[in-house]
Every structure is written in C-alpha cells, then in structure tokens.
Design a protein around this ligand. Structure first.
Ligand code: ADP
Length: 271
C-alpha cells in the first residue's frame, strides 16, 4: 500500500465539541510533484537546442550581412530571453524541490553589497542614482549563491521599473524584534510603484502588473517567485510596501538565527 498523506483540521463545533476533519491529499501532492517534474524536464530538454541556436547566431557577423543586422539583433535578443526563461524555470524547480538548504556558509555582506551596487550600476548605465548603506555591520548565514540571486533579482526589478533620473537604494540595517536582533536587506526605488490590489499575488509565477511594461522591461516573470523561495529556505520574510507613482520598498527580514557577527570569525582568523 502506498503511503497516504492526510491533512488534518480541528474545527470548533459547539461549546464542548470539536470536529476533526481528515482529508486525503495524497493525490493532490502527487499531481503537484508531476507538475514540477514536467516543468523541470521540459526546461532541461530546451537547454541544448537553445544553446545550439544561440551559438550559431553568435557566429553570424552583422557586418558581413548588413541587410540582416536588425533581424540578427532581434533574434539574438529573443534567444537570450528564452535562455534566461529556461534558466529561471530550472532555478525555480530546483528551489521547489528543496525543503532546506543543502549547505550553509557565512555570507559576507560587505562584499555582497558592493557586488549588488556594481551590478546595479552596470544595469542602470548611468540612468539612475544608486546608493548603498551598510548599517547592520553583521553577516548572514545561509547560501551565498541563492541569496545573491534573490537580492540581484530585487535590484534588477528596481532598475527596470524606475524611469531614468530615479533613485535606487540598497540598504542593510539592523532590526530588533523584542530583545532579539535581526537584520533587513531593503531595496528601495523611486519608480512606478505597484497598485495595492496586485500586492497579494505579486510573488506568483508569471504574475505581472502590466504585461506590456514587464515584457518591454525584459524580465521572465519568475524573479519574485525565486526571491520568495530563497527567503523561505532561509526562514526569512519578504515585505513589500509600494505607492503608485512614488516607488516601492522590498524588504527581506532575517531572524537572529541567520545573523553572524562580523568580527567573531574574523578574530578567529586573525592569528
Ligand atoms: P518580471 O520579470 O516581470 O519583472 P518579477 O517576478 O520579478 O517578474 O516581478 C513580477 C511583477 O511585479 C513585474 O512584472 C512588475 O509588474 C512588478 N514589479 C516587480 N518589482 C517591481 C518594482 N520594483 N516596481 C514596480 N513593479 C515591480
């Protein structure tokens, strides 16, 4: 007999009676697993043909075929977009199949923040003012690679949804919750903002506020789902505050368990 999974709910029925409702969700979980496997397999199968198309496109020199130059540029742009989509789908499948981080390490935040700032400048190409504040003075504990992918998704969104002349601020600051001290990484932009009605669904796969603007901006529609999964794996919380026409703040809240004192292990290596 295959194992079955039950979902149990306790519901108050009358003053001294409770109702225990058990529902067999095995089939539901099985279908969810099939959906994940399907997406992962399709993405994986698309990788090779895409690499080939991409590779041959790169070999075509627009200077040798001046009539084709605009078409070649567009084909390159679209094949790059498809490659990014496949990579994001694979990342998401991988994150979805994990219950916890496979390996954990110290995530040096000073270098993480300067990398993010450098990436922001490269994406913005001088169209925005980029500011960075490192106020927390602590490091995180988790996965360097996954956290970098989450934070850089937030930074790239901030740039893509902020018109030229706007400001993007990356801020890492301490936060107290009761006596415990955590830390928050915030990406604040002065961009288009998100209408409140969209906020509850914004981290769903392929959910977009304005399809045309998001397509033009070149995203895959998977960025915020990736962010949410990475934060979940770190028991961290994503909080979004936004005002249309004024901008948005994406805040990643990390609990005390994820915080490491910078000097603690630096001292250990000192001698
Ligand atoms: P996309 O690739 O479309 O940017 P995301 O999952 O990263 O996908 O974001 C989902 C949607 O949320 C975007 O299409 C956009 O409508 C909205 N969004 C995300 N970040 C911002 C931001 N900083 N300012 C305004 N809207 C945003």
């Amino acid at each position: 007999n295959p194992a079955i999974t039950l979902s149990l709910r306790l519901i108050p029925y009358s003053e001294n009676l409770w109702l225990l409702v058990a529902r067999d969700v095995s089939r539901l979980l099985q279908l969810e697993q099939m959906r994940r496997d399907f997406v992962a397999n399709v993405s994986h199968e698309l990788r090779t043909p895409l690499t080939v198309v991409h590779g041959y496109l790169d070999l075509l020199d627009p200077e040798e075929h001046p009539d084709w130059a605009p078409m070649l540029a567009e084909m390159q742009r679209q094949s790059q977009r498809m490659t990014q989509l496949v990579e994001d789908l694979l990342t998401l499948s991988r994150l979805e199949s994990q219950d916890s981080l496979p390996a954990e390490e110290i995530v040096a935040m000073a270098s993480m923040l300067s990398t993010l700032k450098r990436e922001a400048n490269a994406l913005s190409q001088g169209r925005h003012e980029i500011a960075m504040d490192d106020l927390a003075g602590v490091d995180l504990f988790g996965s360097n690679k996954e956290l970098h992918s989450a934070f850089s998704n937030l930074v790239s969104n901030a740039i893509r949804y902020t018109p030229a002349g706007g400001t993007i601020r990356i801020r890492f600051r301490p936060e107290s919750a009761g006596i415990a001290r955590g830390a928050v990484l915030e990406v604040v932009d002065s961009g288009y903002g998100i209408p409140a009605a969209h906020l509850p669904r914004i981290t769903e796969r392929f959910y977009r506020v304005s399809t045309s603007r998001s397509r033009e901006s070149g995203g895959t529609g998977l960025g915020l789902s990736i962010v949410k999964h990475v934060l979940n794996l770190h028991q961290a919380r994503l909080e979004i505050a936004s005002e249309v026409g004024r901008g948005s703040t994406f805040a990643c809240h990390f609990g005390i368990d994820r915080i490491r004192r910078r000097d603690a292990y630096q001292d250990a290596f000192a001698d």
